[in-house]
Design a protein. Structure first.
Length: 215
């Protein structure tokens, strides 16, 4: 249990290194939480700071998710017992690194929505499940125009995929279900705006360099 707790804390601290805020500090103290939607994630970084800024943000946020589930979960820490099965370490580290991104210790507990961090965590924990998750996200943006909704549908797809896997284990199911719930929770304001008809809607895939507009 002590190994699980220690790794969870380390994953949370890793998650607290929010890409947009790190890059913003290097770019002269830009805090994108004061710009655009006020979110410290990749979408707001792209909208307010451009492609190059958003690229480094996504690289950091995806990378820390990958490090948490792909490296930290399997890492033997000196002085600590082996701990529980790796599948549970992956699950706990995956959720912890996402929580660190959403509630970063270093930045007043105000971070992003953890979508990119989830992508990195899935890339290391269950890479075969990542492609359908991203495909649903891309298709949803193309057809519906709502990036937040696409992110929620992608996370839910991951949870469904994990549930129907013939050899699915408790750790993967717990991680996928917990991640989907967290992504929906972090997008609660998007849900309210969609219901109220005020959610920004991308007319085209501006993530690929095309124009977008808000409805």
């Amino acid at each position: 249990m002590i190994t699980l707790i220690v790794k969870a804390v380390l994953a949370y601290l890793l998650g607290s290194l929010v890409g947009s805020l790190l890059v913003g500090r290097l770019r002269g103290g830009v805090d994108i939480r004061r710009l655009g939607s006020g979110n410290a994630g990749g979408t707001n970084a792209l909208r307010t700071q451009g492609k190059a800024f958003a690229f480094w943000v996504l690289l950091i946020d995806i990378g820390k998710g990958w490090l948490a589930t792909g490296v930290l979960a399997a890492l033997a820490l000196p002085g600590l017992p082996v701990g529980p099965a790796r599948e549970w370490l992956v699950a706990v580290c995956g959720i912890a690194v996402m929580l660190g991104h959403v509630y970063p210790l270093w930045y007043g507990f105000k971070g992003g929505k953890a979508v990119a961090t989830l992508i990195g965590a899935v890339l290391a924990a269950a890479p075969l499940l990542l492609l359908p998750m991203l495909a649903v996200w891309l298709l949803s943006v193309m057809l519906l125009g709502y990036v937040g909704l696409a992110s929620m549908l992608g996370a839910i797809t991951f949870a469904i995929e994990a549930g129907v896997q013939p050899a699915a284990h408790g750790g993967l199911l717990s991680f996928a279900a917990g991640a989907a719930l967290l992504i929906v929770y972090t997008h609660r304001s998007n849900i309210v705006r969609m219901l109220g008809g005020t959610e920004p809607r991308a007319r085209r895939l501006w993530l690929l360099g095309l124009r977008s507009r808000s409805s």
